[in-house]
Design a binder for this molecule. Structure first.
Ligand SMILES: *[C@@H]1O[C@H](CO)[C@@H](O)[C@H](O)[C@H]1NC(C)=O
Ligand SMILES: *[C@@H]1O[C@H](CO)[C@@H](O)[C@H](O)[C@H]1NC(C)=O
Ligand SMILES: *[C@@H]1O[C@H](CO)[C@@H](O)[C@H](O)[C@H]1NC(C)=O
Length: 450
C-alpha cells in the first residue's frame, strides 16, 4: 500500500505541471459527474509545440473500455467543439443561457458512456495549442499524421494507465484524410519496434473526406438521388461535364451552363443537413443549434473558464472554434501555416487492410458536405469480400440506418448510414451515433487481447 501511494505521489509531482483533473466548470452546477483531465503535451524540438488536450474518462469502466483519439475536422477546429456540440459529456443549455451567462448541461449520449475519449487541439494554432517558434507553427496533412502519433506516444507515457486499452483513431470530416494515416504510422512504428508499442485496433471515421476528387464530386450524384436536381439537369450535366463537376475545364461552356443550373437548385440548401433551414453561423436561434459559434466562443474566452480548464494564462489572445488559416475549402491553396498535401487517403486504407485493422465509417445520409454516395463509391473500388450484407440496423426497434461490412485477412471496413443524419452527426442524431459506436467497439472486443 505504501509503495502504491508513493508511486502515485511520484506520478503526481513529475507531471503536475502539465495536467490536472478538472472538478468544476463555470456554467455547470456542482461537481462534474465524470472525470475530466486537461493538459499540455510538449512536442518537437525543445517542446516548441505545446499541444492542449481534454481527456474524458469512460463513465463505465475506464480501465477496460477502449481509448479513442478524436480528431476534429477543419483541419483547424478545436477539440472543444465536438466536446460541447457533438460527442462530449456537456452541451449548452440554450434556453437558460443569456449573454455572457452561459449554462451547461449533461449530454445523455456522450461517447464517454462507453469509451475514454481524448479531444485534442491539433495542429498547434488550434484552440489552446500553441507554438514557441515559427518553424513549429507549420503543419500539413502528412505532418499532422506524424504529430498525432507523437502526441499519442507522449500522452501514453504520461498516462500509462491507458497503455493497454484498445486504441482507436477517430475523427470527422476533413480528418478522413488524416485518420487512416495516423493509424498507418502507428502500425508501422510498432513494426519498427518504436517504444512504447501502441495497442492500436482500428479507426472510426464520421462523414469523412477521403478523396478530394471522389468526395467533392459526389455532391452532384447526391443532389440527384435526393431529388434536389431533376433527371433532366442530371443527365445533361453528366453528358457535358464528363463526370467531373468540381475540377472542370472552365473552357467547357456547355458544362459551365449546366453547373449553373445545378447551383441554382442547391446553393440555398444547408449542406450540413439538407433538411435543416438555411442558417447563419452567428445566428442565436435554436434552429441553428449546431452553428451557434457565439456560445462556445463566449464561454471559451471567459477567463474563469480558462482558469478552470487549467489553460496557461496570457498565451492565446482569442480562442476561436476554427483557425481560418488552417481550415480547408474546396480548391484552397496551401497557407503559410498548413499544407493540404494529401489528396486521397484511399492508398492508406488499402495498406491498413494488411494490418488487421478494423474500420468503421458512419455517414449521415442527409449530409451534403461529404455525401455517403462518395464513400460508398471509393469503398467499392477496394473490391473487398462482403462479410455481412447491406441491412437495416435499429435503435429502440426503429430503423436507424443501414450497414454493410467488408472483411479481408483479419481486417474489416464497416460502412453504416444514419437515416436523416447530417454532417455533425452526433449533433442531430446523438443516440444513433452512440449506439453504433458502442456496438461496433463491443463487436470485436474479443480481438483486443491479441
Ligand atoms: C445565470 O443563469 C442561471 C440560470 O439561468 C441563473 O440561475 C443565474 O442566476 C445567472 N447568473 C447571473 C450572474 O446572472
Ligand atoms: C492560427 O494558427 C497559426 C499557426 O500556429 C497561429 O500563428 C495563429 O495565431 C492562429 N490564429 C488564430 C486566430 O488563433
Ligand atoms: C491557387 O494558386 C494558383 C496558382 O498560383 C492560382 O491560379 C489559383 O487562383 C489559386 N487558387 C485560389 C483559390 O486562391
Amino acid at each position: 500500500m505504501m509503495i502504491f501511494l508513493f508511486i502515485i505521489f511520484l506520478q503526481f509531482i513529475t507531471s503536475s505541471h502539465s495536467k490536472a483533473i478538472i472538478k468544476n466548470l463555470p456554467g455547470f452546477d456542482g461537481d462534474l459527474p465524470f472525470t475530466l483531465q486537461t493538459g499540455y503535451i510538449g512536442m518537437g524540438e525543445d517542446d516548441s509545440m505545446q499541444v492542449f488536450y481534454y481527456l474524458v474518462e469512460s463513465q463505465r469502466s475506464p480501465s477496460d473500455d477502449p481509448l479513442l483519439l478524436y480528431l476534429t475536422g477543419g483541419p483547424g477546429s478545436s477539440g472543444l467543439y465536438p466536446f460541447l456540440y457533438q460527442i462530449g459529456p456537456l452541451s449548452f443549455n440554450y434556453e437558460s443561457s443569456k449573454g455572457n451567462n452561459i449554462t451547461l448541461e449533461l449530454n445523455p449520449y456522450s461517447w464517454s458512456k462507453a469509451t475514454n475519449v481524448i479531444f485534442v487541439d491539433l495542429p498547434v494554432g488550434v484552440g489552446f495549442s500553441y507554438a514557441k517558434t515559427w518553424e513549429a507553427s507549420r503543419s500539413g496533412d502528412s505532418i499532422l499524421a506524424l504529430q498525432s502519433y507523437e502526441f499519442l506516444r507522449k500522452w501514453l507515457v504520461e498516462n500509462p494507465r491507458f497503455m493497454n486499452n484498445p486504441l482507436y483513431i477517430s475523427g470527422i470530416s476533413y480528418m478522413g484524410i488524416v485518420v487512416p494515416n495516423v493509424a498507418l504510422e502507428i502500425y508501422n512504428g510498432n513494426e519498427r519496434g518504436n517504444q512504447p508499442q501502441l495497442n492500436i485496433k482500428g479507426c472510426l471515421i464520421v462523414n469523412p473526406l477521403t478523396d478530394k476528387y471522389v468526395n467533392f464530386n459526389a455532391r452532384f450524384e447526391f443532389a440527384h438521388r435526393l431529388a434536389l436536381i431533376s433527371d433532366d439537369i442530371y443527365e445533361s450535366t453528366k453528358a457535358t461535364c464528363g463526370g467531373n463537376y468540381v475540377y472542370n475545364d472552365p473552357g467547357n461552356m456547355l458544362c459551365a451552363d449546366n453547373l449553373k443550373r445545378v447551383d441554382e437548385c442547391t446553393s440555398k440548401i444547408t449542406y450540413g443537413n439538407i433538411l435543416e433551414p438555411g442558417c447563419d453561423a452567428r445566428d442565436m436561434e435554436p434552429t441553428c443549434k449546431t452553428y451557434t459559434d457565439t456560445f462556445i466562443e463566449t464561454w471559451a474566452n471567459n477567463k474563469d473558464v480558462q482558469k478552470a480548464l487549467n489553460v496557461r494564462e496570457g498565451i492565446i489572445e482569442k480562442w476561436e472554434t476554427t483557425n481560418k488559416s488552417i481550415s480547408y475549402d474546396l480548391k484552397k491553396n496551401d497557407t503559410i501555416y498548413y499544407s493540404y498535401d494529401v489528396w486521397s487517403s484511399i492508398p492508406s486504407h488499402k495498406q491498413l487492410l494488411s494490418k488487421k485493422c478494423q474500420v468503421l465509417i458512419i455517414c449521415g445520409d442527409h449530409d451534403m458536405v461529404f455525401p455517403y454516395v462518395g464513400t460508398i463509391k471509393w469503398i467499392r473500388t477496394l473490391n473487398l469480400p462482403i462479410e455481412s450484407p447491406w441491412e437495416p440496423w435499429f435503435v429502440r426497434s426503429q430503423v436507424a440506418g443501414y450497414q454493410v461490412t467488408y472483411a479481408q485477412s483479419g481486417s474489416s471496413i464497416k460502412f453504416a448510414t444514419v437515416k436523416g443524419g447530417g454532417h455533425p452527426l452526433a449533433a442531430y442524431n446523438p443516440e444513433e451515433a452512440l449506439v453504433m459506436m458502442d456496438g461496433w467497439l463491443a463487436s470485436h472486443a474479443y480481438l483486443s487481447d491479441s
